[in-house]
Design a protein around this ligand. Structure first.
Ligand SMILES: Nc1ncnc2c1ncn2[C@@H]1O[C@H](COP(=O)(O)OP(=O)(O)O)[C@@H](O)[C@H]1O
Ligand SMILES: [Mg+2]
Length: 176
């Protein structure tokens, strides 16, 4: 793999796109090969720090802090797998600048597909006006202009998406 030098695999995309699902699947795959893996996931971190809001400023701070943490883990040879909506290009690029080996994975699953899945019922609530500042509905998502990897999970099983992700990571020499 990266010869103990660590890396940061950063999933970005809409809610329900498949970031957490693929992050967990990939984490299991890499761990089973004997590497050190840590997962950083937006929903989990937000449970620990429930006061973190969804304004641009709060989202940016949250992402920058998580990116800093990821970079420190990376320095210690960890495969960091991060899954955050991370809607703003500037804060993703800030994280990229902190990390040595940064792989941006844009989970490009469409809004229509995410809304159809509506795993957590949040799109329905956002459409009903019960929650605001919801990415893709009344809050922006800035598409990454040049992610290392793009993956659209619509019409694919998790296993198929994982396989294509692993193949792309191999072609980038992140995995062997
Ligand atoms: N190919 C796929 N890859 C990832 N998730 C998929 C795929 N096909 C269907 N899904 C489903 O889509 C949902 C994605 O939810 P989740 O991973 O929580 O999204 P996110 O973390 O991006 O908000 C899950 O219910 C998952 O089972
Ligand atoms: Mg998630």
């Amino acid at each position: 793999m990266t010869g103990g030098s660590g890396c940061v695999i950063w999933f970005t995309g809409l809610s329900g796109a498949g970031k957490s699902t693929l992050a967990e699947a990939l984490g299991g795959y890499i761990r089973s090969r004997g590497e050190k893996v840590e997962l950083l996931d937006g929903d989990i971190v937000r449970k620990v720090f429930p006061q973190t809001g969804f304004s641009k400023k709060e989202r940016d701070e949250h992402i920058r802090r998580m990116g800093y943490l990821a970079s420190i883990l990376e320095r210690n040879g960890v495969f960091v797998i991060a899954s955050f909506i991370s809607p703003y290009r500037e804060s993703r690029d800030f994280v990229r600048g902190l990390c040595k080996n940064f792989v941006e994975v844009y989970v490009s699953t469409s809004l229509a597909e995410c809304e159809k899945r509506d795993v957590k019922g949040l799109y329905r609530r956002a459409r009903a006006g019960e929650i605001s500042s919801f990415t893709g509905i009344d809050d922006p998502y800035e598409v990454p202009p040049s992610p290392e990897i793009t993956i659209d999970t619509a019409g694919e099983s998790v296993e198929e998406s994982l396989e294509s992700l692993v193949n792309k990571l191999k072609s980038l020499n992140i995995l062997e």
